[in-house]
Design a binder for this molecule. Structure first.
Ligand SMILES: Cc1cc2nc3c(=O)[nH]c(=O)nc-3n(C[C@H](O)[C@H](O)[C@H](O)COP(=O)(O)OP(=O)(O)OC[C@H]3O[C@@H](n4cnc5c(N)ncnc54)[C@H](O)[C@@H]3O)c2cc1C
Length: 433
């Protein structure tokens, strides 16, 4: 029988170490061609200097360099995935496509279409769990329903956790199974993009950071968080490795954040409609003010509230915003300005290097109070007392708001006490009993 190839399709797993789908492909007895598609359905809506595209391109280059050392290379394509697959089926002798699960609503629809196409050509489509410890229906309530509240979900998650669930797989010993093929590697310009200066900072999984995380994570001026966001989003690190490190610490706060990530992933998987709709429909009656000038001031970091402005300016300049400040800026948008959480979600989606639909939607709905396990609507962050608690020396603010304390710095866009009362009234009127 003629030897056929397995195509391994990288998506949110830009690494060739500890990658479950890839490991299964490499140990299948067939030669493996790794592949990535710059999906024009996603790329066409992005600015030409999108930082995430630059990051993906760089990570693929790194993969390609390692593959070249092993006489192989990655097949990088650009176009609509279905069209790319039609072309590949015509040009390469493929018996199976292996890939890791991608849970976002767009991805599940795309994968369904690809699976149908492959079936028509008698090509197997094998998919694996890789980007989470528990997926889909693996952590359910005793009655079989999915959880909508974090605390019992996390308890069950921990109960179900066995060592096997976070064991790494050894891809490196199997690199000899990569096909000896040489593919041209496209430049960013070839796919219609240009390099961005904004890049993720390296992550840290240091023992000290994880041990002290609970005490330091809320202070935006400190380097107290891991900066794993984009790396988990694009899979340049495996979640199993993160969990292994988290479990080594006596303090479980960091592990709990990794569980929040999986909580929101399963929420979006079970409730794909929550990407666009309030998770709780009783909030549908809220009359958002949606003032465009105020939205612009928020986006540009010109609200006159220094901690809000620092966060937005940090986001605009670096593609990152500290979690505490994401909560403050998010609350300010929805509650002080009464702007629909979907506007804020879309702005963060455009700017965040770690943008992940499940996390972004889940957290925005948490902030707005419309979400599954949300902050109560009457919890309105006071942007001034938040400074006293978390940036009392103004270290963070001064880093990002260069005109802080100067006459050019804008006046407060709205008075806090007035905005608070307006918010409470609007929510009360809008919420169905
Ligand atoms: C309005 C708003 C929008 C957000 N949008 C995103 C987003 O698009 N993508 C994203 O990954 N996170 C999002 N978050 C969650 C959180 O802010 C980021 O995960 C975190 O700031 C990333 O920095 P870090 O990697 O240093 O996190 P660390 O504090 O070091 O946490 C480690 C990891 O745990 C996970 N995690 C931490 N906090 C949360 C959380 N609240 N919810 C879910 N997972 C969490 C992340 O994967 C994170 O990388 C959002 C939070 C808010 C309030």
């Amino acid at each position: 029988m003629k030897d056929t190839y397995i195509l391994f399709w990288h998506r949110r797993d830009l690494r060739i170490k500890d990658n479950i789908g890839l490991y299964n492909a490499l140990t299948s007895g067939h030669k493996v061609i790794p592949m990535f598609i710059f999906d024009s359905e996603i790329l066409d809506d992005l600015p030409k200097n999108d930082a995430r595209v630059t990051f993906i391109h760089k990570e693929l280059e790194k993969i390609n360099d390692t593959l070249k050392e092993n006489n192989s290379s990655i097949n990088v394509q650009h176009g609509k995935p279905i069209e790319v697959f039609k072309k590949i089926i015509d040009t390469l002798d493929i018996s199976a496509v292996y890939t890791n699960h991608d849970y976002e609503p767009y991805a599940t629809k795309r994968d369904k279409k690809i699976a149908e196409l492959l079936k028509e050509h008698d090509i197997e489509f094998k998919t694996f769990k890789d980007q989470v410890i528990f997926e889909k229906e693996e952590v359910l309530k005793n009655d079989g329903d999915p959880y909508v509240v974090y605390t019992p979900y996390s308890k069950k998650w921990l109960e179900n956790l066995t060592e096997k669930k976070y064991q790494s797989v050894d891809c490196e010993s199997n690199y000899k199974s990569f096909a000896e093929k040489s593919f041209d590697f496209p430049s960013l310009e070839d796919i219609g993009f240009e390099a961005s200066d904004i890049q993720p900072v390296p992550f840290s999984l240091d023992d000290d950071l994880i041990d002290e995380y609970e005490d330091t994570r809320d202070y935006p001026a400190k380097d107290g968080t891991s900066r794993l966001g984009p790396h988990l989003r694009f899979g340049t690190i495996s979640v199993r490795k993160c969990v292994q490190h988290a479990l080594e610490s006596k303090n479980d706060t960091f592990l709990k954040e990794l569980i929040w990530r999986e909580f929101f992933m399963q929420i979006l998987w079970h409730h794909p409609e929550s990407a666009k709709n309030n998770f709780r429909s009783k909030y549908d009656g809220i009359q958002w003010r949606n003032n465009e000038d105020e939205f612009k001031a928020w986006c540009e970091g010109k609200t006159g509230y220094p901690i809000v402005d620092a966060g937005m300016r940090q986001l605009n300049e670096t593609g990152y915003m500290h979690n505490r400040v994401r909560m403050i800026t998010g609350s300010f948008l929805c509650k002080h300005l009464l702007i629909d959480w979907r506007w804020g979600e879309a702005y963060f989606a455009e700017k965040l290097l770690d943008f992940d639909q499940a996390q972004n939607v889940g957290n925005w709905q948490w902030v707005a109070g419309t979400g599954c396990d949300a902050s109560p609507y009457f919890r309105i962050f006071n942007p001034t007392s938040q400074i006293k608690k978390y940036d009392k020396n103004h270290t963070y603010i001064k880093e990002w708001v260069k005109d802080f304390g100067e006459s050019s710095y804008p006046e407060e866009i709205v008075e806090h006490k007035f905005a608070r009362e307006r918010c409470l009234e609007t929510y009360k009127e809008g919420i169905e009993d």
